[in-house]
Write a protein that binds this ligand. Sequence first.
Ligand code: ATP
Length: 308
Amino acid sequence: MTNEPAVKTQKLTKTYGDKVAVDSVDLVIPRGVAFGYLGPNGAGKTTLIRMLLGLTPATSGSMWLLGKQLPKERSEALSKVGAIVEEPRFHEYLTGLENLRVAASVRGPDAFARISESLDRVGLSARASDKVGSYSLGMRQRLGIARCLLNDPELLILDEPMNGLDPAGIMEFRHLIRSFVSEGRTVVISSHLLDEIEKTCDAVAIVDRGHIVKQGSIDEMRGRPSGQVTIEVGEPDLALSLLSRLDYVSSVEVVGGGELKFDLRGDATSAKVNAALVGAGISVERLEPAKATLEDEFLAVTSNMGIH
Ligand code: ATP
């Protein structure tokens, strides 16, 4: 395994007429992580995935999968990729097992040898002899994953994989994805569901109207200071009156129990506020800068879209 990223794009762009579906996307997805491509409906997630898989050509920009440049080295790259784009499709009148045999027949003998373990891995062995027409959506999703596993992929790309699954199905899916990561595989998941990405992934890019708004590890994204501060003081009335007069503090409110909340303006730090309070003889028992959550970031994007 090399250190080349699992996915890399530079200024990757796709337009349909006047419409920019993917807008100059610079993406670096390291190996061995679960990566969430998170954005509201229509943000351009599926279009990006379709370009990576060679299902639609890019209008401009460059892309690499597993260190192989696309489209030049596509077949080499895709031999180590398993993907599900939109809903997985199968032959409805064939059984799960027969469907995997059909898929393995175009992939070669190694793929045939992996059929049984792949079914086992996704918990479908007991239903492998039933026709796919009788499968629930969750079972189809799992069969789709089993099909991806036939070529022992280094990279899995899954477009909205948990759509339509019930809570138990989502939890199973999450465990499956984490188990792939623990084997050193990379899993890229597109989703419009924040919770799904936050619980499953190590890193995330938030995408809005084809454009990446934020990109980083889930911890980094959770940990960014938001500018809001909560304090607990011995003299809340005095603190309220002092803070209301400071030009680098806004939106002061008393929360109760000696607690106040306020926002810092510009470059002001909570240490500066602390010094002002202590200087005025107010005892500061607790001072806690709030962190912006991934939810705040995502809500900012989706509210811009007028969804909320
Ligand atoms: P969803 O989850 O709703 O599919 P998405 O983030 O995957 O959303 P895309 O399907 O990639 O978004 O679509 C991005 C934009 O590009 C949308 O505005 C869509 O209408 C447009 N688009 C996608 N495919 C085509 C096409 N073949 N022709 C014209 N416009 C398209």
